[in-house]
Design a protein around this ligand. Structure first.
Ligand code: ADP
Ligand code: MG
Length: 258
């Protein structure tokens, strides 16, 4: 595979909801390997819809999606499932994404179930399933004793860390994070953002970081793309957020965070 192949490439993504609302309008997107791209825009601009289209959990009107060299939109069945698992997601509400009846130990390794080769290798390297789960929890600064708890018995911030550990279990090529800190209080938000930044620096995992919070985007992302009413307004390196040539809409967003 060429080293210049983006981690994720999407072309011509459009999504109309029943009733006619065009939530995503012919959007193109590329995330380079090891890069964190922040997708920012006000509530209702279509960020989550786009994320769900990329993740294949929302049927689209049109569009093509590649993960590395493989076109996901050309795959189906088991091949699709296995390939798609290399892209993991973390959502705003960790509570919804964990099975309330399973201990975290079971849930945290769940993405590996459809990747038997990765599971075997990682469990062997770690010296057992439990040990692998412990390593993952340690990586996200969670006490390993929490592995035996049910999701309802840990805090929101801890569960969001567990969701990140679960996403990492499979050594993903890309993680899509949709407002991962929006339901946490400010000090917990900062700790999760620090964790994400550390992971990016250490593991060079590619990320699509979705947020309505420009300050968060600025902290974690290498590049920023601004979305409004289903369309991309502009994309630029994070350090150019306040540059003179920014679109008036981007400036409005910046001013909201002053
Ligand atoms: P964001 O994540 O940027 O807040 P969304 O993708 O959630 O934006 O929503 C984009 C638009 O699509 C909004 O107008 C929202 O009301 C609408 N929308 C989102 N989900 C649905 C749905 N399941 N059915 C109909 N309309 C939806
Ligand atoms: Mg959203």
């Amino acid at each position: 595979m060429s080293s210049t192949t983006p981690a994720l490439l999407a072309q011509g993504i459009s999504k109309t909801y029943p009733g006619g609302l065009r939530a995503v309008r012919d959007v193109d997107l590329a995330i380079e390997r090891g890069q964190c791209l922040a997708l920012v825009g006000q509530s209702g601009s279509g960020k989550s819809t786009l994320a769900r289209c990329l993740l294949g959990v929302e049927p689209m009107d049109s569009g093509r999606v590649w993960l590395g060299a493989d076109e996901l939109t050309a795959l189906s069945g088991e091949t699709y499932r296995r390939r798609r698992a290399r892209m993991q997601a973390v959502f705003q509400s960790a509570t919804d994404s964990f099975n309330a009846r399973l201990p975290l130990l079971t849930s945290v390794l769940e993405p590996l179930d459809c990747q038997p080769d990765v599971l075997r290798r990682r469990v062997e390297q770690a010296g057992g399933r439990r040990q692998l789960a412990e390593q993952l929890f340690e990586r996200v600064d969670l006490p390993t004793t929490l592995l035996d708890r049910m999701p309802g018995r840990v805090s929101g911030g801890q569960l969001q860390r567990a969701a990140i550990a679960r996403a990492l279990s499979i050594e993903p090529e890309l993680i899509v994070l949709d407002e991962p800190t929006a339901s946490l209080d400010v000090s917990l938000q900062a700790r999760i953002l620090n964790l994400l930044k550390g992971l990016q620096e250490e593991l060079q995992v590619s990320m699509l970081f979705i947020t309505h919070d420009l300050a968060a985007a600025r902290f974690v992302a290498d590049r920023i793309v601004v979305m409004r009413q289903g369309q991309f307004i502009e994309e630029f390196p994070t350090q150019d957020l306040c540059a003179d040539q920014r679109d008036p809409y981007t400036r409005e967003l910046v001013n909201l965070f002053r």
